[in-house]
Structures are given as C-alpha cells and as structure tokens.
Design a protein around this ligand. Structure first.
Ligand code: NDP
Length: 323
C-alpha cells in the first residue's frame, strides 16, 4: 500500500544558515516547519574550517559545529529535520494553493508554504590535483579561508568580479597574490579591475591557466601554463583560491520559478517572495552578490516572516499581495 500524502504547513528545502534560520523563526511562529537537508546537510559551511566572521562567536567557530548548533536551535523550537532530497516540485499558481513536493523520488508531500534555501555550489576546475588538495590549501572562498594564509604567497584563478574582489581581499592579508586570468582581459567591472591593478602585491597573469597544483598533502606550489605559447612556469604558493563562479542549486525549479540568466531565483523587491504565491527563496539560491553566512541567515529570517504573513492572509481570506 502506498504511503498517505503528508500535509505540512511550512516545508524548508535546504539546511544551510538560510534554511535553519528560516526554521528557527517558522518554528517559533508555530508553522511546524519540516526541513529536508539535501545532499550536503549543513550546506557549504560544513566544507570550511574556521568561521571567524559570524557575529556572536568572538573566538570563531568551525563550520560543521556552527551548523550542528543551528540545527539544534531550530529543533529546540520543534523543527523536524529530515535527511532527504527533494527531487521534484509542482508549485501551485493559486493564492492559498497547495504545493506538491516529491522527496527521494518516492515520498509525496503537500505544503502550504515552501521556503527554498538550496544554496549554491562553487565551481571548481575539476582537475585531479585540484580535487585532491581541496581542504589542503585549495579553497573556493577567500573571505572564509584567506586568514589562514596571512603573510604567505597565494594564487587565485578567475577574472570576474568575484576573483577581483577576492584578490583585493587576499592582498590585504597575504604577502603576494598571483591572479590567473585565462583570457587577455578580465570580465570584472572597470572599477574592480582598477582596484586589483592598483595593489602592488597582486600580479596578474593573462592568458594563463592552472596546469597542476603541486603538493602531496597540502599545496606547496602551482604550475601555470600560458595558453597562447604553451610555456609552463612553477611558483611556490601555500594557498590556491578558485573564483570562477557559482552555480545556484535550482535545477528542480526550472520552468516553475522566475530565474535570472544564470539560474538564480528572482525575488520580489526587498522580500523573499517568488513568482508563486506561498513559495519563498532565501540564501545563496537568490543572492549572487553577498553570499555570506550572515546574509543568508538574514534572508532565512525574512522568508519565515513572509511565510507567516502569507498564511495569516490566506487564513483571513484577504487578497494576498504577491508583488
Ligand atoms: P563570472 O561568471 O562573472 O566570472 C567567472 C570568471 O571565471 C571569468 O573570468 C571566467 O573567465 C573565469 N572562468 C570560468 N571558468 C574558468 C575555468 N575553467 N578556468 C579559468 N577561468 C575560468 O563569476 P563571478 O563569480 O565573478 O560573478 C558572478 C556574478 O556576480 C557577476 O554578475 C558579477 O558581476 C557579480 N558579482 C558582483 C560583485 C560586486 O558587484 N561587488 C562581487 C561579486 C560578484 P572568462 O571571462 O574567460 O569566461
């Protein structure tokens, strides 16, 4: 016999800082939230070591510990956290409509509100040496990990705004930053290019790509290759930062939610409302610019408040403002 369809008031998809903060607020508002953790319970922060920039942790905290604490805080108020992957959605277009969710390709759920906090994943080069040294000196987040390379020589790959911003950030901390740009020009805005060009300890290498990251357990150097001449060169570095863009985790929502050209969910004005009534988006899945744990947590709070207001309006049978 097939399992009966479960009805949930607020379903939260994703378990990073946005999802758990939404859960804390939703649980306290008695929305009885259920969180589905996804493939990477705890989100991107579980792949970093020390988090030193989240307010309230004067001594810093390691990413996995912080995520366990956020989960415990959400559970303290009655959030149910389930390990599972949302594999399909069918969002209603109606105010007060019921959204149909499939978990792990089998379990069916009906949700009155849905908060999407599925995050984004940093893109990597996906070469064997880079993958082997992830967590051993290869990082995709300068703001998270740059501090560990204080006074040392590092390199960064990418020529967009993120790479330029992270190169300037690293230049403040590190002795020298070598920036590898694969074209003969940067994609970053003129202002950001000006910033990297004005810093003495950033050396920009155009037409240059990673040939191999050197080191056994930790990064010890980098072999670079000029893609015009084929010439190779080795430099000694202790950290390699990959800043070639992020991919929002929105594949299952395609065709149902409004997204920008790179797949980020578009939210209305300053709210977390999507184009479907009762469906909200928070965290990196709708933010390509700030992408910090604290900003994700902030929008998670907003999503829970938006969901609470939406449900109150639906219950009072007033017109729901979806703009
Ligand atoms: P982008 O997609 O803009 O840039 C990615 C960069 O990485 C490009 O230079 C690209 O090169 C390079 N790249 C991609 N794949 C590889 C590869 N395999 N090997 C080497 N290089 C590679 O991503 P960003 O994360 O920089 O920015 C995303 C968006 O966020 C942009 O719209 C940006 O403007 C915005 N943003 C704004 C900020 C701000 O305003 N303060 C800060 C950060 C981001 P190529 O050019 O050759 O394709």
């Amino acid at each position: 016999m097939s399992e009966p369809v479960e009805r949930i008031k607020t379903l939260i998809i994703g378990s990073g800082p946005a999802g758990y903060t939404a859960a804390i607020y939703a649980a306290r508002a008695d929305l009885k939230p259920v969180v589905y953790t996804g493939m990477e319970p705890g989100g991107q922060l579980t792949t970093t070591t020390e988090v030193d920039n989240f307010p309230g942790y004067p001594e810093g905290v390691d990413g996995p510990t912080m995520m366990v604490q956020l989960q415990q805080q959400a559970e303290r108020f009655g959030t149910e956290v389930r390990v599972g992957m949302v594999t399909a959605v069918e969002f209603s277009d109606e105010n007060g409509g019921i959204h149909k969710i499939t978990v792990d390709d089998s379990k069916q759920i009906e949700a009155e509100t849905v908060i999407i906090s599925t995050g984004a994943s940093a893109k990597y080069l996906n070469t064997p040496s880079e993958q082997r040294l992830r967590g051993g000196g290869v990082s995709a987040c300068a703001v998270c990990d740059g501090f560990f390379y204080k006074g040392q020589e590092v390199a960064i790959v990418g020529g967009g705004d993120t790479a330029a911003e992270e190169a300037s950030y690293l230049a403040n901390i590190c002795k020298k930053v070598t920036m590898l740009v694969r074209k003969d020009h940067m994609r970053a805005s003129k202002a950001m290019q000006h910033r990297v060009n004005s810093l003495d300890n950033i050396e920009i290498r155009y037409n240059t790509e990673v040939d191999e990251v050197l080191g056994d357990q930790v990064v010890e150097g980098l072999r670079m290759v000029n893609n015009q001449t084929g010439e190779k060169e080795e430099i000694a570095i202790t950290g390699l930062f990959i800043a070639i863009g992020h991919k929002p985790n929105t594949d299952i929502f395609k065709g149902q939610l409004e997204m920008d050209e790179t797949g980020y969910i578009i939210t209305r004005g300053k709210s977390t409302k999507t184009n479907k009534p009762g469906v909200f988006a928070s965290g990196d899945v709708q933010d390509k610019e700030y992408r910090q744990a604290v900003t994700a947590a902030g929008t998670g709070c907003m999503a829970a408040l938006d969901a609470e207001r939406y449900l109150a309006l639906v219950e009072s049978k007033e017109t729901v403002d979806t703009e």
